[in-house]
Write a protein that binds this ligand. Structure first.
Ligand code: ZN
Length: 232
């Protein structure tokens, strides 16, 4: 029986929905994020705002929400040259992957989250990776995650479960899931406080939240929200 989890929590729509689900399922939930010189400090600020708002608006979850961890991963900047860590515009490469792709980044995140879970005696790792997402990062695929679950469980001699609530759903369903978990107050919280825009835009407010409205992350979020609203 699993009672505790650590959520890879970036402060975006996806990981906030995963956090809500973990809080609805488990007794003790901690959060972790990685600081690797993201261009936009906006993301790190958003996650703190989301945690604060969850505690304020969902008292029955607040008591379960434990420590928040921020791990310094500046080393990623040394091995990558991408638009998330340097001032380069987002574009698709000939490989079919966006230039935001940092090889093995998610493997590293999961390994560090597992190490933290080991030390904190947490059983489940929760991550918002998704195969239906446009980006198709190979280290976010279901097979990769299953292989990581096995490798981490063997390598640390502790039985980890890696949970991926969003693996097979699209962005409209992610909004629906938030609605199911926390109703309109959670949907409102996600609209207002989570951040997904690649350009770090917090000036332009849309029905679906803040963002430039043009980058792939904004487009995906806006389209998903539109379909979620249409379906009612
Ligand atoms: Zn944007």
């Amino acid at each position: 029986m699993h009672t505790s989890a650590i959520v890879l929590f970036s402060g975006g729509q996806d990981s906030t929905t995963c956090l809500a689900q973990a809080l609805s399922k488990y007794e003790r939930v901690e959060t972790v994020a990685f600081d690797y010189g993201q261009r936009h400090i906006v993301e790190l600020q958003s996650r703190l705002n989301v945690l604060r708002e969850i505690k304020a608006s969902f008292p029955h979850w607040a008591g379960k929400l434990g420590e928040d961890h921020l791990l310094d991963l500046a080393v990623l900047g040394q091995v990558s040259d991408t638009s998330l860590t340097r001032d380069v515009a987002f574009k698709m490469e000939s490989s079919g992957l966006p230039n935001t792709f940092v090889p093995g980044r998610n493997l590293l995140f999961l390994t560090l989250a597992a190490a933290l879970a080991y030390r904190r005696d947490l059983q489940v790792l929760v991550t918002g990776v998704c195969e239906t997402d446009f980006s198709g990062y190979p280290d976010c695929r279901d097979d990769t995650i299953k292989a990581m679950q096995l490798a981490l469980s063997l390598g640390m001699d502790k039985r980890f479960l890696i949970e991926t609530p969003l693996m097979w759903i699209d962005k409209a369903d992610t909004w629906r899931l938030a609605d199911t978990l926390g109703g309109q107050p959670l949907v409102d919280l996600i609209v207002e406080h989570t951040h997904t825009c690649y350009l770090g835009d917090r000036e332009h407010r849309h029905a679906w939240g803040y963002g430039c409205g043009q980058c792939p992350a904004c487009e995906l979020r806006a389209r998903g929200y539109g379909r979620y609203r249409e379906a009612g």
